[in-house]
Design a protein around this ligand. Sequence first.
Ligand code: DGT
Ligand code: CA
Ligand code: CA
Ligand code: ZN
Length: 568
Amino acid sequence: MKNREIAHLFESLANILEIQGANQFRVNAYRRVARALEELTVDVAGLVESGEITEISGIGKGTAAAISEFLETGTIEGYEEAKAKIPKGLLELLAISGLGPKTVGRVWRELNIRSLKELKRRLHSEKLLALPGMGEKKIERIQAGIRAYESGAGRMLLGTAISLAEMVKAEMQKVPGVTEVSVAGSMRRWKETIGDVDVLVTGGSPEAAIDAFTSMPGVKEVLASGSTKASVRIEEAFQVDVRVVSKSEWGAALMYFTGSKEHNVRLRALARERGLRLNEYGLFKGDGKLSSRTERAVYRKLGMAWVPPELREDRGEVEASLEGRLPRLVEMEDIRGDLHMHSVWSDGGSTIEEVARAAKARGYEYIVVSDHSRSLRIANGLSIEKLEQQAEEIDDVNRRVRGIKVLKGTEADILSDGSVDYPDEVLERLDVVVASIHSGFQQPSDRITGRIITAMKNPHVDIIGHPTGRVIGRREAYGVDMERVMEAAAETGTALEINCHDERIDLNDVHARQAAEMGVKLSLGTDSHDVSQMWEIVIGVHTARRGWLGPESLLNTLTLEALLSVFS
Ligand code: DGT
Ligand code: CA
Ligand code: CA
Ligand code: ZN
């Protein structure tokens, strides 16, 4: 489906026009188109074909023509023209938190700042400070945004990398003779951000595979192309590497290119200690090859059990594997429900019934509808009255949709004094209370840690949502002292969330592992604002695996009955 890609293009077009200072109605119209495409649950190509596309609110004849132009040619001429009219570096600036298209447009038109480099150089100039809408506070925010951006620059979010990897895998599987395709590198290990996507291929002729790879749809530039390996750039910034290896060396190659580098270094040293040699072609003793065909065989010959890719970070997995004490990691099949989801009642796009049906289709036993609470006005937080009406609708959906239980929940704000956004008698009536910080991100560590601990002491609070508050590449974690939060979670029996959304992954793998070791229960929540985001539970499952978690550490593996007794 090209929906997301086309949506991005319209969003980008809106940004470009806004940077140029175009009429706000036009800008907003394109944003609406982007939003509509993003929220579509069916393939836009089908709607174009049937002509139904113009029935979608916000999409007229002109837009429909542009969409079908994209489907035919891979771009929209009007977009390319608009893009050519502004300096290239301006679009990069939009990725920085604190910088919207209006500001970017202003600094460009008034001060002729055309790139991140120029902006950094003039960030503290009088002229910049004097621009309308600027000020010390705003500049500080931009500076923090630049820092966050640069620390994550050039890395993809998992959601982006996953769809890229799927696309490349599908293309390579079509090549005649190819028998096996696998992702390798950080994507196979499910690291939280991905530098480039690595793909391994075997079977057929290397030339055919490399040809097919470098001429895939979406390739904007071929960065390197040899007889058995190639690198391409897809869209603006996404790099994919492919390597063609021989079938007999598949296991050794897959191990090598899965990494991590640190894990590989340990394995090579281990081989050396045993008078062996390990490289991407196999495990050797003198001139003789001991094994190379499968990963399992190579690990076995090293005296090790096969190590799940998520653990290959040299964080104790080599020793555990040698000693036969690798943990049984949680699997997707263990997951019985999603414990953090939004609906149209607050700022989501799906109704409770839609959410329930989608959850049932995924084979879940239960889900928690946890819309925002009353203080979070920008997210249309629910008043007590609304929360009561919502409860009636949930009862109704539970009567109508069989085989799935919708639990009544809230994602309640933790207020500035650590109290929770609804009174006790309201919280008491809910099945599940997720409590999250949505304000005062800049507070000193003691203050913000204290707020979270106070919230955990509230007996109605079951789960702390996105405990560190970081948004990858955009916002640093709040100054929270996780050690103290974990201790308090263990004491109060409050679960900590692994928020599964690719921009959050919060807790991350390292914190999740530490929490579980301290006896804290973890809870997976996608924080979906639309049923199309529910798939992100896999990100949480793999993050949990990177944190060495077994099913016993996650609330989501409990039966409904057991879950409710934990929350009671
Ligand atoms: P990334 O792309 O930054 O998210 O991380 P990786 O782990 O995918 O790294 P990448 O793409 O540079 O290389 C893929 C794998 O290939 C890496 O995990 C291990 C292996 N590899 C690459 N270069 C080296 C190296 O110099 N030494 C060793 N031992 N392994 C390497
Ligand atoms: Ca990589
Ligand atoms: Ca690579
Ligand atoms: Zn939240």
